[in-house]
Design a protein around this ligand. Sequence first.
Ligand SMILES: Cc1cc2nc3c(=O)[nH]c(=O)nc-3n(C[C@H](O)[C@H](O)[C@H](O)COP(=O)(O)OP(=O)(O)OC[C@H]3O[C@@H](n4cnc5c(N)ncnc54)[C@H](O)[C@@H]3O)c2cc1C
Length: 460
Amino acid sequence: MNNTFTQLENFGHSLKTACYRLQPKTNEEIHEVFQLAKKQGLTVTARGAGRSYNDASLNGGGIVMDLTAMNRILEWDPATGLVRGEPGVTLSQLWQKVLPDGWWPPVVSGTMTTTLGGCLAANVHGKNNYRVGPIGEHVVEFTALLPTGAEITCSPQKNADLFYSMIGGYGMLGIFTAVTLQMKKVESGLLEVHAMPSRTLKEQLQQIEDGAPNYDYIVGWLDCITVGHGQVHAANYLHEGEDPEPKKTLQLSYQNLPSRLFGVMPKAWLHYFMTPFVNNVGWWGVNHAKYITSLRTHTFRQSHAAFHFLLDYVPDFERSYGRGGLIEYQSFLPKETALQAWTEMLNLSVKMGLPSYLGVTKRHRPDKFLLTHANDGFSLAQDFKVTDGNRKRLSAMLQEYDKIVLANGGRFYFVKNSETTAETTLKFYGEETVEKFKKLKKRCDPNGLLESDLYRRIFG
Ligand SMILES: Cc1cc2nc3c(=O)[nH]c(=O)nc-3n(C[C@H](O)[C@H](O)[C@H](O)COP(=O)(O)OP(=O)(O)OC[C@H]3O[C@@H](n4cnc5c(N)ncnc54)[C@H](O)[C@@H]3O)c2cc1C
């Protein structure tokens, strides 16, 4: 088993910790990691692709169990759309396996680099959360290894309490070792996308609310500097007969994001050119230009990969934020209070001179997972640049954000926010949920081996 003492970072490069990185390749080796941790008095954190924006897969001074070497697709049945894979299988591997047979993952994150283990542990949502729920609702079964050494199988019928708490449990109860997922049948490699401008936040939320029942996916881009300008993209699958060349569009060659801009400049260089614009003035200009080019309402067809993985279009875009990196803050507000809460938050960030350079809005619906982040409302994800000079003020501002979210009945998503405290977490989940989770933790992990920096921060 590969074993190194190394420094790891979160996706946003705003946090750094030294840890022992062990890379098991089999269930037996996962078990060995637990035994070693127990013997050495160390804690263990699972890690997939490390694409969490915060400390979810970091473990300062402890062991980080890197599961990316367990990345085989074990079974694929094009007749039923059932796929079974190891935890390190990436969404990129997954869609490339199933699309040529006319299937697509029912839920994907905004990047295809995430792993199945990481996606289940966070219970990720897509731009269709209001329709199909989070990824956990499409898991037919998973197997997991607990720190006790027990190997368990969970489904909505079998070990249901662990099914609904390990999915979305941020890797704190056990390690996913294999996942069976139901794919979604598609008739074409294209989506029909309708793009419309929005002049205010209120208008954007209304467009999403009105559009959601008519579209398979809906997502908004919000200018958080000018506050309110934006654009909504709503998309539908094509039905049989609507794509004249489905065999062609389902091919991988039709989907792959080009590696060069205008066929010339390698996209890997793009983030260097973005860096000079990642400041309040530069980004105001970028947002303004984007808004002006978004003013035309129009409809176009786009490949699944291009629509879903826009953020992969600029490889390492997070590097453009510079040495201090970035923090993402995503809040989930009930539809009744979203406008008021976000108006307050956005005004605060502008007033403090700490505006977000990216704003993404989505529509959600509640689900029955124990540590769920979704509700009947909207989410707004905001990206903040971190510098040596603003780190403290930013942290204080995000704690103010937490208060606004709590006061408005909102929810948090713990692979994004990095400032939320244990006190706030308790208020957010409520004592009953936290107690229930801690009881399950005691049962699955009696020696408290599974701990991450996130766990210590939000559960104290
Ligand atoms: C550009 C970008 C866009 C994103 N878009 C979205 C989005 O649209 N929707 C959304 O919901 N999220 C989104 N995310 C967040 C991302 O999907 C989650 O953070 C996801 O958990 C990352 O997966 P990973 O494989 O990198 O896991 P890591 O970041 O490595 O780990 C995440 C969590 O999973 C646990 N874990 C990992 N593997 C296992 C395992 N085998 N068993 C048990 N626990 C495990 C870790 O301990 C940790 O708690 C985005 C992230 C980025 C960088």
